[in-house]
Design a protein around this ligand. Structure first.
Ligand code: NAP
Length: 488
């Protein structure tokens, strides 16, 4: 699709970023807004107002952005003149979210009567106080929008508390719970592939599909985020949100329309159909891991327990694999294998849909292999491939696997926006379809919480795996038991 340039939202836009000096703002949000500006996707009267406790005047903040954010814009997209124009949109307001008077300064920096978008890129523990104080300062009106970063809460109880607190001031239609995986072109494409074609739908079910794998593997370790990560772990940080959202897109029934509620109703049904885990299921169908010293990208790297700010003897998991089930007619007995980890062999996120093999092996070749797979690659590159069997040229009827490659890059000449850019434009235009609704988020926590509690009851240490590997051996055994193997 050509990027739309319907930038006129009828009002001046104030994009207010809480945590505007933080890691996410520097690496993702400000570069994404630059790209939106470069492509004419921000309204003419836009202000981007960053907030934080650090003492910056506007010039010092712009210098900080120059030093810490500019390098995250690909050189082919960088243009001095556009960058200078973009910097004109930026402002900084020093603000401690605990201090009500600081919100007066923020109010003075906004366009009166403008479209306000509050992007809460801080720890979720601050969301309640930010929303209360915004409301007290008279900054929340009927058209204001709030974007909430993940993970939203630490468990179901805290998620409910945050949702209640935000909901006191913002209607559900004003709340954008972001999961950047839903902004990826390929994930949105999976919906088109499934519901814009009729050939896949009759096959998209048990027993034609024998298993689904969803992997989100990171090459990086915990880095400087141990303070946050050690009290979170891979289940809360990745599975409860990103992996379950991807599972929803694979497993959902066709929605009745593309309206936000029609799509989110179907995702909610999937989340509510996820089989709950008892202690025996947790012991059998989940694997927790923690990386140890190893080699990553040709460099020796620390194990999790040696990382800065990780408490001695921490049992936090940096890896999770789960064998999940969606208890519906469509997915009866189809295992959904979910896997995520830090310090894995390489950065790779993909969904693999494995189809049942032909019931009778007629042709020689590829013995024991899986005949057909739909592979949706999300990272590092986005691609969709259908693996099928074909005849090897020459005499005889030897068959071999080949991939029908849906080469989106050459089929469409248009640029593909990054997930954050696309989602930020959705927020500005008021499009909620690719954001999570409250009940979805709470259903996801209802599934994840008993697993996390069960791990704590069982008291087992996570299985060690060397940095630079694909995780603990137990994760391979989880699939081997059912006759499957992870597709790397
Ligand atoms: P971060 O680097 O720690 O930034 C958070 C910011 O919050 C800090 O810059 C800090 O600015 C500000 N802050 C803290 N206390 C404050 C207070 N009392 N008043 C005003 N500002 C305050 O965190 P981050 O990595 O950017 O993450 C932000 C959010 O995004 C988190 O919820 C995280 O889970 C989520 N997230 C992050 C990533 C990522 O890649 N970083 C990815 C997905 C989701 P001052 O010190 O200037 O006050």
């Amino acid at each position: 699709m050509t990027p739309s340039t319907d930038t006129d939202i009828g009002l001046p836009l104030d994009m207010i970023i809480f945590g505007g000096v933080g890691d996410l703002a520097m690496r993702k949000l400000l570069p994404a807004l630059y790209m939106a500006y470069l492509h004419g996707n921000l309204p003419a009267q836009t202000r981007i107002i960053s907030t934080g406790r650090q003492e910056f005047d506007r010039e010092a903040y712009l210098a900080h952005v120059e030093a810490h954010s500019r390098s995250f814009i690909a050189s082919e997209n960088f243009n001095d003149k556009t960058w200078d124009g973009y910097l004109q949109l930026l402002d900084y307001v020093r603000l401690d979210v605990q201090q009500a008077p600081d919100f007066g300064a923020l109010a003075r920096a906004t366009h009166p009567g403008g479209q306000r978008v509050f992007y809460l890129s801080t720890a979720p523990a601050l969301f309640t106080t930010i929303c209360d104080k915004l409301a007290d300062a008279g900054l929340v009106d009927a058209q204001a929008r709030v974007v909430l970063e993940k993970p939203l809460g630490n468990d179901l109880g805290s998620a409910i508390e945050i949702n209640e607190a935000v909901g006191k001031h913002f209607a559900e239609s004003q709340i954008y719970r972001i999961d950047h995986y839903l902004g990826k072109e390929t994930v949105q494409n999976l919906m088109v592939l499934r519901f814009g074609n009729s050939i896949l739908e009759p096959l998209w079910r048990a027993p034609n599909i024998s298993s689904v794998q969803i992997t989100v593997a990171e090459e990086v370790g915990v880095g400087s985020r141990a303070g946050f990560y050690d009290s979170t772990g891979a289940m809360r940080d990745m599975v409860q949100n990103h992996l379950l959202q991807l599972l929803c897109i694979v497993a959902m029934e066709p929605p009745t329309s593309l309206s936000p509620d029609a799509v989110r109703d179907e995702k909610l049904k999937v989340l509510r159909s996820l089989r709950r885990f008892g202690l025996a299921d947790i012991a059998r169908d989940t694997v927790r891991g923690q990386y140890t010293h190893g080699v990553s990208g040709n460099q020796e790297v620390n194990g999790y327990l040696e990382e800065k700010n990780v408490p001695e003897g921490s049992k936090t998991e940096s890896f999770v694999a789960v064998r999940a089930h969606v208890d519906t007619w469509r997915w009866s007995k189809v295992p959904f294998y979910l896997r995520t980890g830090k310090r894995m062999q390489r950065r790779s996120s993909k969904i693999v849909v494995e189809f049942a093999n032909p019931p009778f092996p007629l042709f020689p070749g590829a013995p024991g292999g899986v005949a057909n797979r739909l592979v949706i690659e999300l990272q590092p590159e986005e691609a969709i491939k259908l693996q099928i069997m074909a005849k090897e040229p020459g005499s005889g009827m030897q068959m071999q696997q080949v991939a029908l490659n849906l080469d989106l890059q050459s089929a469409f000449q248009q640029r593909r926006a990054e997930a954050y850019e696309r989602l930020l434009i959705d927020v500005v235009r008021g499009r909620l379809t690719h954001f999570m609704r409250r009940d979805e988020l709470e259903a996801a926590w209802s599934w994840a919480d008993p697993i996390i509690e069960g791990w704590s009851t069982l008291g087992e240490k996570p299985h060690p795996y060397p940095a630079g590997s694909w995780g603990p051996a137990e994760s391979f055994a989880l699939l081997a038991r059912d006759g499957f193997a992870w597709v790397e």
